[in-house]
Design a protein around this ligand. Structure first.
Ligand SMILES: Nc1ncnc2c1ncn2[C@@H]1O[C@H](COP(=O)(O)OP(=O)(O)OP(=O)(O)O)[C@@H](O)[C@H]1O
Ligand SMILES: Nc1ncnc2c1ncn2[C@@H]1O[C@H](COP(=O)(O)OP(=O)(O)OP(=O)(O)O)[C@@H](O)[C@H]1O
Ligand SMILES: [Mg+2]
Ligand SMILES: [Mg+2]
Lengths: 214, 165, 165, 214
């Protein structure tokens, strides 16, 4: 996978629609204190499924919606989307590479991807034994194809997750990125101030980093 | 999953030792399972010994040494399970110039497989980047992105950004 | 002690407001007693509003804004009850160049009554100092202090320190 | 009071006796990562009476004693001393200015200072009601006079506190500096990494900073 574009609208201090186009190699993000650099990092962890408002430096999740300034009114919605291109085939809808070499899991994944969850359907996780491997309901990607994940939050508290413009579950996004360091314990995203804490964190917190990669 | 964890732990540990030596120019970095007979539950202890110094608890390390050791661990996990991209927000704040150079060299070497986004205030780190984005607030409280030409030398870019702020 | 606390709180609060405006070039900084009728037990809430921005929880402030607001509070306590000396260890690490200048200007102004010891890696902060001490480890693991002439410009000093390291 | 000199021996990475002479105005302390800058800050909080090994980044208090390198053996003792000069008279042995305007307290202080605690004498704090104002047993200083406070720790765990070379109690040092921001909650010493935490600390921790100055 390769990172193509991030688009923010009404997310924290990014009131107007803003596009960040990514290039290969190393990109530096610079600017004065308080201008919105870490808000871009928050937008990335948020669209990847971050559930804790505290990790986004807020008190409640609505704190991510643009709150207004002296001359602008607060907005009613925050929306972020992230577009990536597959550099090689992603056969079973899991960017982290097949977690399990079992042939049936690849088959289950193909079936599931063919009929994405209707948003009304009860999640199959709730009943019966957990499937041998969680069946990602994600599109399979061929090299060169793009995938866009999205997230919206309304002031009412309603929220949507999206894949290629279609509503999906949070789980689908997490499944897609599991094993890449971008979901859950996200070892690939180091927020401001966190680098000094990794060594002094508790032994079980460090374990979570390794487990994410296992 | 016991086998998978063990395999991940062993590989990452080997990489941690290697990258630690590259970032510190020697010394020893290692992870230990606190309860080796129970790999599925055990917490992880980190041993970090800068070159020439006695082995001591990681808590006695300096601010810069702790940041470099943590970076070595993160990059070791990366090498085992690469990620499409990596985001680092002001991880260079506690580093001196020599360590910033070692950190940016390492990141540039890994940037062939992985895209890196690095938030920084440090000119040396900016100079190591392939492209630079400036964030400004021409209208207080509303963030805007400055599109930047990539062939500019970073000093010209930071000039443009501070004058736009 | 109720009277004493109240008096200290009110004075420090007034200074906090003033120094906050000086460090941010405007805006509002204030302390609030969470339980005003019980001043002897009440916790303290901090309100920090950078100029032109909406009032929000201090947790939403950026890394640099938080550091500047905390510095304003510390210096306000100082103004109420001066101390013979003040030690600041890399408080400039999260600051951009404009904020470093405001911070060092403020510290220089207060250094007539109080001696300041500032640990830093930032050249701009070094340049604002009256004298500079270098710490090196010519023998790994053993710290030595480098005596420095005060008339040297900081760049000559940092040169001497890195070459001695 | 004005800061004159700090002397360290066997304290953390300062194995050999090291003197830091202080000047007026702003002094910068610079040097590469891990060379010992924050250890100097730790030496100052330690000699002022710091009781928590954790605040000195150690596990136990013995961690402040030089622990050896490849070519040097660990030492058996750490010692730090701090010399200050009084810029104006310090009448009742309290650098923070008389906490209480009660004339009897100044008298009590003068008496106490005249006969310092013999190190064998049980501390008067233990018995009877606490005096209206704790009687500092400290020398009164006239403008221009110097005072040196010291602290020693042996590997055995024994430790001494000193004022002008004479053994005293920890309390005497804390009393002398109370109200100056250098003892207990020490608002005048900001350790590495602490500046970002002051705003996110708990409301009662912030209160301790104001109380120290009250
Ligand atoms: N929901 C919101 N609506 C409007 N503004 C917001 C919102 N949430 C946060 N902000 C503003 O965003 C600013 C912080 O931005 P951010 O943390 O990205 O700064 P930064 O560029 O990382 O700065 P630094 O260099 O100091 O770390 C704050 O001033 C805050 O008021
Ligand atoms: N008891 C001890 N004996 C010997 N060395 C010690 C002892 N305690 C700490 N050290 C060493 O001191 C070093 C840390 O020094 P310090 O924290 O002062 O560095 P620093 O100059 O502040 O660096 P930075 O710029 O990274 O913050 C560590 O490498 C540690 O091993
Ligand atoms: Mg930031
Ligand atoms: Mg330090």
């Amino acid at each position: 996978l390769r990172l193509d574009k991030l688009e923010l609208r009404g997310f924290k201090s990014f009131c107007d629609t803003t596009q960040v186009i990514f290039h290969e190699g190393v990109t530096a993000i610079v600017g004065p204190n308080g201008c919105g650099k870490s808000n871009i990092v928050d937008a990335i962890t948020w669209v990847l499924g971050e559930q804790s408002a505290k990790h986004l430096r807020g008190g409640k999740m609505e704190d991510v919606i643009f709150n207004g300034t002296r001359h602008r009114k607060p907005l009613g919605m925050a929306e972020v989307s992230l577009t990536l291109t597959a550099v090689q085939d992603v056969p079973d809808g899991c960017a982290g590479g097949a977690l399990d070499d079992d042939p049936t899991s690849a088959l289950a994944a193909a079936n599931a991807a063919a009929n994405p969850v209707a948003s009304g359907e009860p999640s199959s996780d709730a009943d019966g034994p957990p499937p041998r491997r969680r069946a990602p309901r994600l599109p399979q990607l061929l090299a060169g194809e793009k995938i866009t994940i999205g997230r919206r939050l309304y002031r009412s508290g309603d929220s949507d997750y999206l894949i290629n413009g279609r509503i999906c579950r949070l789980r689908d996004i997490q499944d897609f990125f599991s094993g890449t360091g971008l979901s859950r314990a996200h070892y690939a995203i180091i927020e401001q101030g966190r680098i000094g804490q990794i060594l002094s964190s508790k032994p079980h917190e460090r374990r979570a980093l390794i487990e994410e990669a296992a | 999953t016991r086998r998978r964890f063990r395999e991940a732990f062993d590989h990452i540990n080997a990489y941690f030792g290697e990258i630690f030596q590259e970032l510190f120019g020697g010394g020893r970095g290692e992870m230990l399972l606190i309860e080796p007979d129970d790999p599925l539950e055990s917490g992880i202890e980190i041993v970090a010994q800068p070159p020439g110094k006695r082995l001591q608890s990681v808590l006695l390390l300096s601010g810069g040494e702790k940041a470099m050791a943590a970076l070595a661990l993160i990059l070791a996990i990366f090498r085992y399970r690469p990620s499409p991209f990596c985001v680092l927000d002001e991880v260079d704040a506690p580093l001196d110039e020599a360590n910033i150079d070692r950190f940016t060299d390492k990141v540039r070497a890994m940037s062939r497989q992985t895209q890196f986004l690095i938030v920084t205030h440090n000119k040396r780190t900016m100079e190591a980047a392939d492209s630079i984005y400036g964030v400004t607030m021409p209208e207080t409280g509303v963030s805007k992105l400055l599109s930047v030409r990539f062939d500019d030398k970073p000093s010209a870019v930071t000039q443009a950004i501070s004058s736009a702020a």
